[in-house]
Write a protein that binds this ligand. Sequence first.
Ligand code: OSB
Ligand code: MG
Length: 393
Amino acid sequence: MLLKGTASIATMSSINLNVYLEKVISLQTIEILHIEVPQKEVFQSAIAMRKAREAMVVRIMDTDGHVGYGESSARPDPYYSSEFVDASMTLIEKFILPHLEPQIQVGEFLQWLKKIRGWPFTVAGFENAIHDLLAKRHGKYILDYWKAPRLEKVPVGISIGLQKSPDALESVIMQSLKEGYRRLKFKVFPGMNENLLPVFEKHKNDFYISFDANGSFHKEHIDQLAFYTQFDTAFEQPFPADRFDVLLEAKKALPDLKICFDEEVKSLGDLIKLHQLGVVDELNLKPGRVGGLLNALEILDYCQAHNIPCWIGGMFETGIGRSQNIQLASLIPDAVAHDLSPSSRYFIKDVLKNPIKMDENGFTSLQLAQQAEVDKATIEEFVRYKIVKNIVL
Ligand code: OSB
Ligand code: MG
């Protein structure tokens, strides 16, 4: 079935989804869960402080009892993007649930979802549940249609929050190296404790080091970015996502500054524009940020065709989102690492029966991610409220 308006999906060179999109699902029950998963410790970035992971989880059951889960990685507040968990719940309740028929044709339904303007994390959460349900029913996940060979072990990097002192920074570095992470990405912002910078410098050649400012640098901070060019790795999202002028000014002042995009790329069109303007050094691809897995596949296809280094980012997902992101990361043969640290890093307890682990060399197993199974009792413990819709024939 050719998706109108998204013909590129049907013509992607690396995957053929024609058979997949023809499938039909007989819906029984849809549940939208607002969960809150307690964290081991607080995480501080330029965005906000986080003590627990709140998330929306979509659970879809078909008439044969197969269950699919999808997680939306929107935050509980509108500080990363305009979406937030309670609003995601409302969007689904008001605009997706009423549209559901007892039988949905996958391609048609996913095409219809694209009618919704914005709300990429919310829509992605719903889309993920559909893909998961189809995987449970047919034993074949959407990504299993990928034509090229896939990685069996996916390299993992850690995203490290702002540290209060050089000692605290040293100790988190030592701990992360001991655990085997293949990349250490540090959250930074302009004017942060200057005593931390020599610590980064000291470890310059010890491991793959990168930085993420979540858009906190502005015009007046460009000179502070000079420090980071010595590391020779791409700097993630230095400037507010829409300040292309500041980006160009910085590129001119600091020709060695390499940029990894995060929030600047919300769609394939955003990426093509930046690529054609010649400013893309690397892409952090978060399927939720670009509105779901199908869009993420299109973007990955484009990156691979144009030799744009790309890796999979995270939003501190629980095991549900993480296992799906690991599977996506397995399609990328040459990334140094992905932001897919195991949930044991953040959470006291995860929602999976077999929480995903990382080995001592910093790899996580595709097979374990493919076998991920949600522990129903555990997820129930974390539910704050839910919206349930039974589809009656
Ligand atoms: O900028 O990549 C980011 C988490 C929430 C919002 C934005 C970002 C992040 C991360 C988390 O860096 C990485 C992870 O999930 O391990
Ligand atoms: Mg980022």
